[in-house]
Design a protein around this ligand. Sequence first.
Ligand code: PHE
Length: 345
Amino acid sequence: MSLKERIATLEEELRSLAAETRDEAEQLRVRWLGRNGVVTVLFEEFKQVASEEKRELGQVMNRLKVSAQARIDELKNSAVEAGNGTEGTGDITRPARTEPVGSLHPISIVRQRIIDVFGRIGYTVSQGPEVEDDHHNFSALNFPPDHPARDMQDTFFVDLGADMALRTHTSSVQVRVMESSKPPIRTISPGRVYRNEAISARAHCMFHQVEGLYVDKGVSFAELKGTLDHFAKAMFGADVKIRLRPSYFPFTEPSAEVDMSCSICGGSGCNVCKHSGWVEIMGCGMVDPAVLTNCGIDPEVYSGFAFGMGVERIAQLLYRVPDLRLYWENDVRFLEQFNDGAFRA
Ligand code: PHE
């Protein structure tokens, strides 16, 4: 085989060189370009070539040497470092591996949406402890000492000294805000609450609330209704209507339950609204003057309204969740249905 033919064969071979690791690439370098490497040997032989052929052959040989160097460098760079498994630049055009993505829990999604709706109309977010004293959870809110809500049936008492319990609502946070700040107060308190109830499709011993409070001079019931109407439309769409039914809470007077036209059947009747066309979404009322007094706010000067809703309930209506227990089971088949894209790459 002439020198020229051997160069052509080597050029061919060069193209199919491969190395998995940097060590393998280094071995290739030795074999090709080392002291006894094939290219080096060729240059030795080149010395014997007749001088009239040297010019042309020399160019071909140099080209082989340069491309052997380049090819082996390239292999070295893309090879996996032997031993530590670090990848080199690899093939950056390969499609990425798709990993399963997580998603926010439906309760987190809906709680945030509620906060956003009120945030846009000027409500701040307030937080308080989940283990609460009797004063903030009950007494300041006008619960008489023998009120059934204080009973063991409803409240989880905690063995942490007298009168400590898991809060049964986040109205306790509103008491804390009124005690520590001056009107105007416009705040919502999202958080976990606890009630000693048997767990079923319709009830759980812990759930999430968002309660709201607005205290200022001249706050009226009409403003309460307007605020809640705005909330219902912002959450469920411009077509829904609300209606207020007289009710009773120790801390509001007058008090009302808020119904919304059923967002599922549009009011024509379905099993979610039990064919009434209306679904209950929250409680509300004007803050009882006695509560304002208990919290150091003069009811002769200020008035206020309050409302409170269950996040599970709102999520149930938004997403048609048939059983409240699903929120706590962490079944991925349930949870992944709420992937709203927030965590997608
Ligand atoms: N605290 C009440 C509850 O836990 C809800 C509510 C809040 C009602 C504010 C009226 C005013 O159900």
